[in-house]
Design a protein around this ligand. Sequence first.
Ligand SMILES: N[C@@H](CCC(=O)N[C@@H](CS)C(=O)NCC(=O)O)C(=O)O
Length: 233
Amino acid sequence: MTDLSDFPITRRWPAEHPDRLQLYSLNTPNGVKVSIMLEETGLPYEPHLVDITKNETWTPEFLSLNPNGKIPAIIDPDGPGGRPLGLFESGAILLYLADKTGHLIPSDPALRWETVQWLFFQMAAIGPMFGQLGFFNRFAGRDYEDKRPLQRYVAESKRLLGVLETRLGGREWIMGDYSLADVATIGWVRNLVTFYEARELVEFDSLREVPAWLERGLARPAVQRGLEIPKRP
Ligand SMILES: N[C@@H](CCC(=O)N[C@@H](CS)C(=O)NCC(=O)O)C(=O)O
């Protein structure tokens, strides 16, 4: 049986099945990227709920796996060379899982890089900008008198949705075929128009391609399962 005792995180979140990939996460837009990916690939895994509302990512055990104190993070007991590998940053984890399983990334080198490019677009633009919009529209920033930060993130989020809208013209998915770029982006767009209550603010319904793409994504059984893993308490 695989021994994960070298990973202090397993003391707080013990592995019942140490031979399976260990997922430390919560079903936030960043968290669900990995659970959707795992559900899509069919790789056996054991999810552990890390409650960010209780600051559990800032415990020494969690920080031992991700010094940046953020979900999601994984340990793959069967990493490179058959040795356990710990990994954080959702984009890195998606690429790792795609390479490991041969799923959701094209093998053609040019198409592979194009997919990586759209993954980075989500990581560097969609996630941070939508996240700030959420803060200023739905959470603590909502009470700020100065509305300029909110306006800035609304404008930038609308612009980014426009980029996605253009890209999806004539394509069913971001890369044509379903890929990890869609896996990375679906949860964020869904969150923007639901949890962050920004549907009207960003004039989502004036778009054609993005809402249809979101609907296609949300219809996938693996996406539906992944969005609930690990479920908020
Ligand atoms: N760039 C990171 C961002 C991860 C991230 O921001 N995670 C949030 C939840 S969506 C978190 O763990 N927040 C807890 C906190 O900051 O206390 C990734 O993509 O993995």
